[in-house]
Every structure is written in structure tokens, then in C-alpha cells.
Write a protein that binds this ligand. Structure first.
Ligand code: ATP
Ligand code: MG
Length: 442
């Protein structure tokens, strides 16, 4: 069965070139796992006994980038496709629980596979040499199980990020975590304190976008609370309202799972109600959460800055959190134009997706769901009628005006507003040509 994987020509060519030069070469890691489970890999990593200089030599006719020479990785551009080629290596000892003190190159693929995190990620394959699976990865793949290569406590102590990777693969692949591996994951969670924010957030964002995120966020909520302590007050928090049948955390998790799997939206869902516990007031036996979107956006920003998420994403996540409740109390006809004015175009659809998921995760979804659907229709109608709803949508911008000789400053601001008014009233067409002409004739 393993002799007939379909792999891209350029990948086959790279393996062949290394073999022809007398080296052993395999595909390894995630791509082998994905080929075996019948999913098309998103990239192909090669592993070889050739030293980095030897690899560079084999591919001297192609662009070679010394990506991580110290770790044995070079990137080769073959037919426009970047391929990472890494020398067989062991990771030596870990004294800081983060990265190996030294990387040692080795001669056999089995030794290379031993340093890898989970058995399903510790297989290598080549058309010539077939499958190398010294740790039972194929069997675990069939049983949909994540199991550490070697002793879990040892492997998680070497590099605590593997704990979070376990949850990430559980979410993305829909696999269960084998018992001993899971026990070690839970017991050693605090070791994640040693891992850099960048490495954590990369795995966390992927975890959030997994198909099985609901199960993983519920089952590993202690891991989540370790990374994001701001979520802990939401655990088991009773909302005291007939609109909610779930505690705050379970509601949050349901909303995360119900929005499209895109990092910005999933982060917004994760924090949309995070401030509910701190905003909670009880009036006549009913729970209220005044100002929780605003405060939630602040909490979200604090967390995401700590995780070193890029600024643009933080801004977008916070806008979505702040607005997630804003249009429920107004009629769709009133809300739609305001929504289009208030939001950058790229966030309109995500906000409606977030509102829809939020409605679905309530005790009585019908009413709010109908409201969100009506709002979505009203927004679509408005967009079709008049595509220019804010200065941002004007088919000319400050830069173009500068080029037409308009000095920047108040005069340009006024001109932009005048043009916008005319377009909004239907007196001027919202095209670059029409607007340019209007500026020249002013
Ligand atoms: P994906 O397809 O989602 O990218 P992947 O398995 O390729 O999954 P990567 O993070 O790209 O995941 O890592 C590539 C391979 O390198 C893994 O399959 C695993 O064998 C190994 N690996 C990556 N990170 C670690 C780690 N922290 N500890 C041990 N092995 C690791
Ligand atoms: Mg990968």
C-alpha cells in the first residue's frame, strides 16, 4: 500500500536527486501522516543523511536558502515550490525545557524519528525505501490516537510546547490522546510557562481552528486556563437568565465551534463573553452583564498582546468583541446602515457570523437567529443599493488627491467629505474617473 502515494513531481525529483548522489532521503513528519490518512499534505518535509552542505551541493543548480543550517535545515526552491530538507538529527539533551542544547546529526532515519513528538508524526516514507515506522505510528493513526514517542513525561519535560501540540493535533485531526500521554499532558501543563509566547500562540491559533475544537476546549479546559487565566472565571459560571442554558465557558466554546474556522473570528468568539463574570449583576433574580462587550474587548487585547499576536489581528478581534451585542436591540432596518458605517468592510461578514453563532448557542435561538438573518439581509440589500457607505468605500483616496495637486490637511478632508456626500446622494458616480473629473472641475 505504501508504494503508491501520489506526490508532487518536484518532491519526487528532490528525493531522487539525493538518492542518485548516494544519500538516503525520505519524506517525514506531518506529510507522511497525511498521505497515510488520505489527506493532501499542505507541505512536504524531506529528511536525509546528507549534511546541509552536501544537500546544497546536490541542489547547486537551484536556489538554496540556508534556513537553519545549525539545525540542519536548508530550503530548496524546486519548480517554484520551497522544500525544506533536514539532515537526520537527534536533539541531544534539553536543560531548559524549550530547546535542545545541541543538535547532533545522525546516520539513520530511525534515530531522527525518535526526536519527534507523537508516533503519528514519527514516520518516514520514500518511493524507493517504503515506510519507516519504528514507533507504531500507523497503528495509532488507524486508532486515531496521539501517543508520545517514548516516555511522555520525559518528552514533555524536554519541550513543554508538545503538551499544547497534543491538544492542537487532537483538535485538528479529531484524535483522542492516549491515556498515559494525556495524564502527562495534564500533570506537566505548568511547564508551558517556560515556552515563548510566539510558539504558544502559533499552536493555540491552530488549535482554535480545528474541527474538534469543542471537545478539546472542554476536555482540556485546565490547559486553556493555564495559558489564558482570564477564562477561568467563566468556568461553571451560571448566567441566571432563561436565554442561556449553558454556563459562560460552555457557551463560549459552542460559539467558537460554530463560527467559521478562521483565527480572527475564533479568537473573537473565545473572548466575546470573557468579561461576563466580572460584569454580572442580579436584578429580580435575573442576570445582567452591562458593558461586557467593551470590557471583553479590553481583556482580549491584554491577552493577545501578551501572546504577541500581530497588532492588526488584535484590532480586528477587539472590534468584533466590542460589537457582538450592539445590533440586537435595534431593528435590522435601523442597524444595517449603522453597521456598515461603523465597521471596516472586511469585518462585516465576520461580525454577522459571530452574532449568528452566538444566537445559536442560546437556550432560545429562534428569536435572535431570525433577527441576525434579517440584519444580514438588510446589510446585503444596502450594499447592493449603494456600495459607497463610508469614506473608505470612495473610489478615490488621499493619495490620488495628492497626485491631483490637492494639498493634504483640512482642505483634503473637506474635499473627501464633499465627494462622499455627493456620491451618497446619488449625484456623482462612485468611479475613479468620475471622481477625478469632479476634482479637476471643482
Ligand atoms: P501540520 O501538517 O499541521 O503542519 P506537522 O506534523 O507537519 O503538522 P509541524 O509543526 O509542521 O507539524 O512539524 C513537523 C514535524 O516536526 C512534526 O510532524 C514532528 O515530527 C516534528 N516536530 C515539530 N515540532 C516538534 C516538537 N516541538 N517536538 C518534537 N517534534 C516536533
Ligand atoms: Mg508541517
Amino acid at each position: 500500500m505504501n508504494s503508491a502515494f501520489l506526490i508532487p513531481q518536484s518532491v519526487a525529483k528532490a528525493l531522487e536527486k539525493l538518492e542518485n548522489a548516494g544519500h538516503a532521503a525520505y519524506l517525514a513528519g506531518g506529510c507522511v501522516r497525511d498521505l497515510l490518512r488520505g489527506v493532501s499534505p499542505h507541505d512536504y518535509d524531506l529528511t536525509t543523511d546528507a549534511l546541509p552542505e552536501e544537500t546544497a551541493e546536490v541542489f547547486s543548480a537551484f536556489p538554496v536558502i540556508p534556513t537553519g543550517i545549525k539545525h540542519g535545515t536548508v530550503t530548496v526552491l524546486l519548480d517554484g515550490l520551497p522544500l525544506e530538507i533536514t539532515t537526520f538529527r537527534t536533539d541531544g539533551t534539553y536543560s531548559d525545557g524549550r530547546r535542545p542544547d545541541e543538535v547532533r546529526f545522525t546516520r539513520t532515519v530511525e534515530e531522527d524519528l525518535r526526536r519527534r513528538d507523537f508516533t503519528v508524526n514519527a514516520m518516514a516514507w520514500s518511493p524507493l525505501r517504503g515506510l519507516s515506522d519504528p514507533y507504531g505510528g500507523q497503528k495509532d493513526l488507524q486508532n486515531r490516537l496521539l501517543r508520545c514517542v517514548g516516555a511522555p513525561e520525559e518528552r514533555f519535560s524536554e519541550d513543554a510546547l508538545r503538551i499544547l501540540r497534543g491538544a492542537r493535533f487532537a483538535s485538528c485531526l479529531g484524535f483522542a490522546v492516549e491515556e498515559e500521554t494525556e495524564r502527562a499532558m495534564l500533570r506537566l501543563t505548568p511547564l508551558l510557562a517556560r515556552v515563548s509566547a510566539e510558539r504558544i500562540s502559533a499552536e493555540l491559533l491552530r488549535l482554535l481552528c480545528g474541527q474538534d475544537v469543542e471537545r478539546v476546549l472542554l476536555r482540556y479546559r485546565e490547559l486553556m486556563a493555564f495559558l489564558l487565566p482570564e477564562l477561568r472565571p467563566c468556568f461553571d459560571f451560571d448566567q441566571h437568565t432563561r436565554h442561556h442554558c449553558y454556563d459562560v465557558y460552555t457557551h463560549i466554546v459552542k460559539v467558537v465551534a460554530a463560527v467559521p474556522p478562521e483565527p480572527t473570528l475564533r479568537l473573537a468568539a473565545l473572548f466575546h463573553d470573557v468579561a461576563k463574570p466580572s460584569c454580572f449583576v442580579l436584578r429580580e433574580g435575573k442576570g445582567h452583564f452591562p458593558n461586557h462587550p467593551e470590557l471583553g474587548a479590553e481583556v482580549g487585547a491584554t491577552v493577545l498582546r501578551r501572546l504577541r499576536v500581530e497588532k492588526k489581528r488584535i484590532r480586528e478581534v477587539c472590534t468584533l468583541i466590542r460589537m457582538h451585542d450592539a445590533y440586537l436591540k435595534r431593528t435590522p432596518a435601523e442597524g444595517a446602515p449603522d453597521l456598515l458605517r461603523a465597521l471596516p468592510p472586511a469585518l462585516v461578514s465576520p461580525l454577522l457570523d459571530l452574532m449568528e453563532a452566538d444566537a445559536k448557542a442560546k437556550a432560545d435561538p429562534e428569536g435572535s437567529l431570525a433577527h441576525v438573518n434579517a440584519l444580514r439581509e438588510a446589510v446585503e440589500r444596502l450594499k447592493a443599493q449603494n456600495p459607497c457607505l463610508s469614506l473608505r468605500d470612495l473610489a478615490i483616496d488621499g493619495e490620488a488627491l495628492l497626485a491631483l495637486g490637492v494639498p493634504s490637511g483640512p482642505e483634503m478632508g473637506k474635499l473627501l467629505r464633499d465627494l462622499f456626500e455627493k456620491v451618497a446622494r446619488g449625484e456623482l458616480e462612485n468611479t475613479r474617473d468620475a471622481l477625478t473629473l469632479a476634482v479637476k472641475n471643482r
